[in-house]
Write a protein that binds this ligand. Structure first.
Ligand code: ADP
Ligand code: MG
Length: 386
């Protein structure tokens, strides 16, 4: 497929006049050829979805199956595609029986209208899906197998999902190119993606450099500060360019995330900051679903600029104007820290990442790290045995 067709597709189907980056363009051009498996490793917000959606649309006689970890992410993608008049559907537990039957009937027809079919890894393990998949594969109707958030196949990643491992099985005897996408860049995770998804030896990789020149990192020791909470407040004022008497930043979109190690910490810190005049909310797995959604929403649309959260906050957070990421307590491990602090400054503007670190909480982390190493050791020895 030539570049002119691809460029035209970008504007007719997606209404973009240019690619977001050279890397996005190169990935699309390579994927469109359907010659090799492809691994795309770019930070969140850099437009990874388009890397498979445009090729999927351009191969208009075939279907692309996309494995994605969360129903919420799937819904966002489908809404977005339908708004562009691109036929996308999802098979999951939330849809009604007639909807499911309609989708399946279309997929089984001689020339299906569906271009992209989204499936969770759990759904992919069902017999219904496997029968459908074999049918599509045998009739040569598949354009691509796409694995989004591919780091979920790795125990080294932060969101390991056992069902992702099973996706590798679908690749046996499969002649359809596999496209794996992730924002996680670590070597261990990349290695696991390649081996667990059985990417071919000559797969191509499109990877952004991990270096983020607009992020500024520093570390403070709360023990040595007169009042760590005021210190944090001053930092927030500075990052959000707020004056003492203001309760919201002038730029409504400017905001920040404070990661805490425990639910209790998120609540305590939220209270402290509110008392110090910074509008703050919290986010953790102990909240009711509607509270979580409401809080995330308020932060997302700028009503409340600061959110104190556990690490459950993040997947799918798509806000380019995060001016700071604080870790209140030492982060879990370097890969998580890279991922979490990397949510700052996606718009390319200067942003700050700060850790408030006490020796006492580093003990907890050392314990977890030694457990991880133990686990990795036994994994290695299992491999050797088999
Ligand atoms: P990722 O999966 O890498 O986190 P997404 O695919 O969700 O990123 O894309 C992030 C945003 O970038 C979306 O709003 C998308 O519409 C936008 N985007 C993608 N490609 C382009 C482009 N070529 N030009 C402008 N915006 C783009
Ligand atoms: Mg994405």
């Amino acid at each position: 497929m030539d570049e002119v067709t691809i460029q035209r597709g970008l504007s007719t189907h997606f209404k973009f006049e240019e690619f977001k980056s050279e890397l996005q363009k190169n990935a699309v051009v390579e994927i469109c050829q359907r010659k090799n498996d492809v691994l795309v490793s770019m930070p969140t917000g850099s437009g990874k979805s388009l890397c498979y959606q445009l090729p999927a649309v351009l191969h208009s006689d075939k279907i692309t199956i996309v494995f994605s970890p969360l129903l919420a992410l799937i819904k966002d993608q489908i809404d977005h595609l339908l708004a562009l008049k691109i036929r996308a559907a999802s098979l999951n537990s939330k849809i009604t029986k007639p909807e499911r039957e309609m989708i399946i009937a279309d997929l089984k027809s001689t020339s299906p209208n569906t271009r992209l079919l989204y499936v969770t890894p759990e759904q992919a393990a069902t017999t219904t899906f496997k029968v459908l998949y074999n049918n599509l594969h045998n009739f040569n109707k598949l354009a691509y197998l796409v694995v989004d958030e591919a780091h979920c196949v790795s125990e080294w990643g932060h969101d390991f999902r056992p069902h992702y491992l099973k996706l590798g099985e679908l690749r046996d005897n499969c002649n359809v190119p596999c496209i794996a996408l992730t924002a996680t860049a670590s070597a261990e995770v990349t290695k696991d993606i390649i081996s667990n998804l059985r990417l071919s030896k000559d797969h191509r990789t499109f990877k952004t450099s991990c270096f983020r020149s607009n992020l500024f990192y520093d570390v403070f020791y709360p023990n040595m500060l007169e009042d760590p909470y005021k210190h944090l407040r001053n930092f927030i004022h500075e990052c959000l360019k707020m004056k003492e008497e203001e309760s919201l930043p002038k730029h409504k979109k400017s905001c920040g995330i404070i990661y805490c190690r425990t639910r209790e910490q998120t609540e305590v810190l939220m209270e402290r900051l509110n008392k110090l005049g910074i509008k703050t909310l919290c986010y953790h797995a102990g909240l009711k679903t509607h509270e979580r959604l409401e809080f995330q929403d308020k932060w997302q649309n700028g009503d409340v600029p600061v959110i104190c959260a556990t690490i459950s906050f993040g997947m799918g957070v798509d806000k380019a104007t995060v001016r700071f990421v604080v870790h209140w307590g030492v982060p879990k491990d370097p890969a998580s820290y890279y991922q979490e602090s990397g949510r700052a400054g996606r718009d390319g503007k200067p942003s700050k990442c700060r850790v408030y670190y006490n020796r006492s909480d580093s003990k907890a982390v050392e314990f977890h790290l030694s457990q991880d190493l133990g686990r990795a050791g036994s994994k290695e020895s299992r491999k050797k045995e088999s």
